[in-house]
Ligand binder design. Structure first.
Ligand code: HEC
Length: 277
């Protein structure tokens, strides 16, 4: 005859109480002593590291534990892309995956909140006694998937391409664009490519996989298929006239630069097909 669940539970509980009495260790003083020792060790390590840092880094030179102080912040800079600390790379990358603006809320609030609620609710919805990993396939798969996806997102976030204009140009990215799009030798378009990298268009737009799809800005890799220089020059001088109130006017660049940007955009037809030969 199978025992009822209630009876079985009471039996287990009695056995547990019995074990505690026979083999258990008292919370006071044993566990408290352990906690106290561990607490002192942790605080001691922190103080030790602070002392090493303090005496090893002098004024200007960085010591083994880092510099004395970082450079003061420069509030006027435009040549700076904010990046999060490494432990936020996964969130940072999540933001890149989702499209502005419809689904951004999912990345910033939705997914993290749902996961947090699931974690907080765990003791309430998983009330089985089973502890062995091999008997908890759902929990194990969920845990492995969480660690894996956070790892991958962190890696992707850490290696995500910078769209800093000066870095792009130093890395020869505009030349790569010219090769991929097949406008090598078109001097106007080449000048436009550098301007495009330098002027921060990639803060909002995506171009051949670089940049960010922010604020609803379209991917411009194939924009040359639909419009020509004249249109682009007009568009860039006054985006608001075309109903684009997000993008500022670039008329300050002057007609020559605008024409170069226009030539670049016109020459951007999407590049070679990956496997057309
Ligand atoms: C602050 C974000 C932002 C920046 C910076 C920005 N854009 Fe835009 N751009 C947009 C948005 C948003 C749209 C789409 C507007 C719409 O659909 O009405 C757009 C549209 C365009 C279009 C029209 C695309 C089409 O389908 O007609 C072109 C061309 C363009 N941008 C070029 C540029 C260039 C070149 C630069 C840099 C000099 C630049 N943008 C910088 C946000 C930006």
């Amino acid at each position: 005859m199978a025992k009822g669940l209630g009876e079985q539970n009471r039996e287990w509980y009695a056995r547990y109480k019995d074990d505690v009495k026979k083999e258990g260790k008292a919370f006071f003083p044993r566990a408290m002593l352990h906690d106290t020792i561990m607490g002192i060790v942790v605080v001691g390590v922190i103080i030790g590291l602070a002392v090493i840092w303090f005496y090893d880094a002098d004024g200007t030179e960085a010591g083994v534990l880092g510099p004395w102080y970082e450079d003061p912040a420069e509030p006027g800079t435009t040549d700076f892309i904010p990046r999060p600390d490494w432990y936020f790379y996964f969130l940072f990358y999540l933001l890149r995956i989702f499209e502005w603006p419809e689904t951004v809320v999912i990345a910033t609030v939705g997914i993290p909140t749902i996961l947090l609620m699931l974690l907080i609710g765990l003791p309430f919805y998983d009330r089985r006694r089973e502890r062995r990993p091999s008997r908890r396939p759902v929990a194990m798969v969920a845990a492995v998937l969480t660690v894996l996806s956070m790892g991958v997102l962190t890696y992707k976030g850490a290696t995500a391409e910078e769209t800093l204009g000066s870095t792009l140009i130093a890395d020869g990215v505009p030349n790569e664009w010219a090769e991929k799009q097949g406008f090598v030798g078109n001097q106007k378009a080449e000048a436009g490519a550098e301007l495009f990298a330098a002027t921060g268009c990639l803060q909002c737009h995506i171009y051949l996989g670089l940049g960010a799809g922010n604020l609803g800005a379209p991917d411009l890799s194939e924009i040359g298929q639909t419009n020509d220089v004249a249109y682009f020059v007009q568009y860039l001088s006054n985006p608001a006239r075309f109903g684009n109130t997000v993008m500022g006017s670039y008329s300050y660049l002057g007609q020559e630069n605008l024409a170069a940007l226009g030539a670049f955009l016109e020459a951007s037809k999407g590049g070679e097909e990956p496997d057309s030969r």
